[in-house]
Design a binder for this molecule. Structure first.
Ligand code: ZN
Length: 128
Protein backbone atom coordinates (compact mmCIF):
# COMPACT_ATOMS: atom_id res chain seq x y z
CA UNK A 1 0.00 0.00 0.00
CA UNK A 2 1.37 3.40 -1.00
CA UNK A 3 0.17 6.82 0.01
CA UNK A 4 -0.05 9.49 -2.66
CA UNK A 5 -0.64 13.22 -2.99
CA UNK A 6 -4.41 12.72 -2.62
CA UNK A 7 -4.71 10.39 0.34
CA UNK A 8 -2.75 9.64 3.47
CA UNK A 9 -1.92 6.08 4.46
CA UNK A 10 -4.51 6.31 7.25
CA UNK A 11 -7.21 7.30 4.78
CA UNK A 12 -6.14 4.59 2.35
CA UNK A 13 -6.29 2.01 5.10
CA UNK A 14 -9.80 3.02 5.99
CA UNK A 15 -10.98 3.02 2.37
CA UNK A 16 -9.35 -0.34 1.80
CA UNK A 17 -11.36 -1.77 4.67
CA UNK A 18 -14.56 -0.35 3.20
CA UNK A 19 -13.70 -1.87 -0.19
CA UNK A 20 -12.93 -5.25 1.32
CA UNK A 21 -16.22 -5.19 3.16
CA UNK A 22 -18.05 -4.36 -0.10
CA UNK A 23 -16.22 -7.16 -1.83
CA UNK A 24 -17.28 -9.67 0.83
CA UNK A 25 -20.88 -8.49 0.55
CA UNK A 26 -21.09 -8.71 -3.22
CA UNK A 27 -19.30 -12.08 -3.24
CA UNK A 28 -21.80 -13.41 -0.70
CA UNK A 29 -24.63 -12.24 -2.93
CA UNK A 30 -23.07 -13.81 -5.99
CA UNK A 31 -22.41 -17.11 -4.21
CA UNK A 32 -25.92 -17.24 -2.82
CA UNK A 33 -27.36 -16.62 -6.27
CA UNK A 34 -25.11 -19.25 -7.85
CA UNK A 35 -25.87 -21.82 -5.19
CA UNK A 36 -29.56 -21.37 -5.80
CA UNK A 37 -29.04 -21.87 -9.51
CA UNK A 38 -26.81 -24.90 -9.01
CA UNK A 39 -29.20 -26.49 -6.57
CA UNK A 40 -32.04 -25.90 -8.97
CA UNK A 41 -30.04 -27.78 -11.59
CA UNK A 42 -29.05 -30.53 -9.18
CA UNK A 43 -25.36 -29.90 -9.80
CA UNK A 44 -24.33 -29.29 -6.27
CA UNK A 45 -20.93 -27.65 -6.37
CA UNK A 46 -18.93 -26.26 -3.54
CA UNK A 47 -18.05 -22.74 -4.52
CA UNK A 48 -17.50 -21.42 -1.04
CA UNK A 49 -13.73 -21.92 -1.19
CA UNK A 50 -13.23 -20.60 -4.71
CA UNK A 51 -11.28 -17.40 -5.20
CA UNK A 52 -12.85 -14.34 -6.76
CA UNK A 53 -10.97 -15.02 -9.98
CA UNK A 54 -12.15 -18.59 -10.19
CA UNK A 55 -15.72 -17.57 -9.53
CA UNK A 56 -15.64 -14.90 -12.20
CA UNK A 57 -13.95 -17.21 -14.69
CA UNK A 58 -16.21 -20.17 -14.06
CA UNK A 59 -19.50 -18.41 -13.64
CA UNK A 60 -19.08 -15.13 -15.48
CA UNK A 61 -21.97 -15.89 -17.81
CA UNK A 62 -24.26 -16.66 -14.92
CA UNK A 63 -23.43 -13.82 -12.62
CA UNK A 64 -25.74 -10.91 -12.99
CA UNK A 65 -24.07 -8.19 -14.96
CA UNK A 66 -24.40 -5.55 -12.34
CA UNK A 67 -22.75 -7.67 -9.66
CA UNK A 68 -19.90 -8.76 -11.92
CA UNK A 69 -19.22 -5.18 -12.95
CA UNK A 70 -19.26 -3.94 -9.39
CA UNK A 71 -16.95 -6.71 -8.25
CA UNK A 72 -14.47 -5.85 -11.01
CA UNK A 73 -14.56 -2.21 -9.96
CA UNK A 74 -13.86 -3.16 -6.37
CA UNK A 75 -10.94 -5.37 -7.46
CA UNK A 76 -9.56 -2.57 -9.59
CA UNK A 77 -9.83 -0.08 -6.74
CA UNK A 78 -8.00 -2.46 -4.40
CA UNK A 79 -5.28 -2.91 -7.00
CA UNK A 80 -4.94 0.86 -7.34
CA UNK A 81 -4.55 1.16 -3.58
CA UNK A 82 -1.59 -1.21 -3.82
CA UNK A 83 -0.11 0.70 -6.75
CA UNK A 84 -0.54 4.12 -5.16
CA UNK A 85 -2.87 5.46 -7.85
CA UNK A 86 -6.10 5.22 -5.88
CA UNK A 87 -8.08 8.40 -5.36
CA UNK A 88 -6.76 10.12 -8.49
CA UNK A 89 -9.28 10.99 -11.20
CA UNK A 90 -8.73 8.81 -14.29
CA UNK A 91 -9.81 11.61 -16.54
CA UNK A 92 -8.14 14.79 -15.29
CA UNK A 93 -5.65 13.60 -12.65
CA UNK A 94 -7.17 15.67 -9.86
CA UNK A 95 -7.87 14.22 -6.43
CA UNK A 96 -11.24 12.51 -6.18
CA UNK A 97 -11.44 13.47 -2.52
CA UNK A 98 -11.61 11.45 0.63
CA UNK A 99 -15.22 12.34 1.45
CA UNK A 100 -16.46 11.28 -1.98
CA UNK A 101 -14.47 8.05 -1.82
CA UNK A 102 -15.92 7.21 1.57
CA UNK A 103 -19.40 7.39 0.07
CA UNK A 104 -18.43 5.75 -3.21
CA UNK A 105 -15.16 3.86 -2.80
CA UNK A 106 -15.17 2.54 -6.39
CA UNK A 107 -15.28 6.06 -7.87
CA UNK A 108 -12.79 6.47 -10.72
CA UNK A 109 -13.59 10.07 -11.56
CA UNK A 110 -13.66 13.28 -9.55
CA UNK A 111 -17.06 14.84 -9.10
CA UNK A 112 -16.47 17.38 -11.87
CA UNK A 113 -15.59 14.72 -14.46
CA UNK A 114 -18.39 12.47 -13.25
CA UNK A 115 -20.95 15.22 -13.76
CA UNK A 116 -19.55 15.94 -17.21
CA UNK A 117 -19.75 12.26 -18.08
CA UNK A 118 -23.35 12.05 -16.88
CA UNK A 119 -24.21 15.12 -18.85
CA UNK A 120 -22.68 13.58 -21.95
CA UNK A 121 -24.51 10.30 -21.38
CA UNK A 122 -27.80 12.10 -21.06
CA UNK A 123 -27.17 13.83 -24.35
CA UNK A 124 -25.61 11.04 -26.36
CA UNK A 125 -26.61 7.78 -24.71
CA UNK A 126 -25.15 5.27 -22.32
CA UNK A 127 -21.50 4.71 -21.52
CA UNK A 128 -19.86 1.47 -22.76
ZN1 ZN B 1 -11.54 14.61 -12.95
Amino acid sequence: MKGNRCLTLEQLKELKEILEQKKREVLEDIKRGLEEQLNAEREVGDIVDMSTDEILRTFEMRIRDREAKYLKKVEKALQKIEEGTYGICENCGECIGYERLKLRPVAELCIKCKLEQENYERKFGEEE
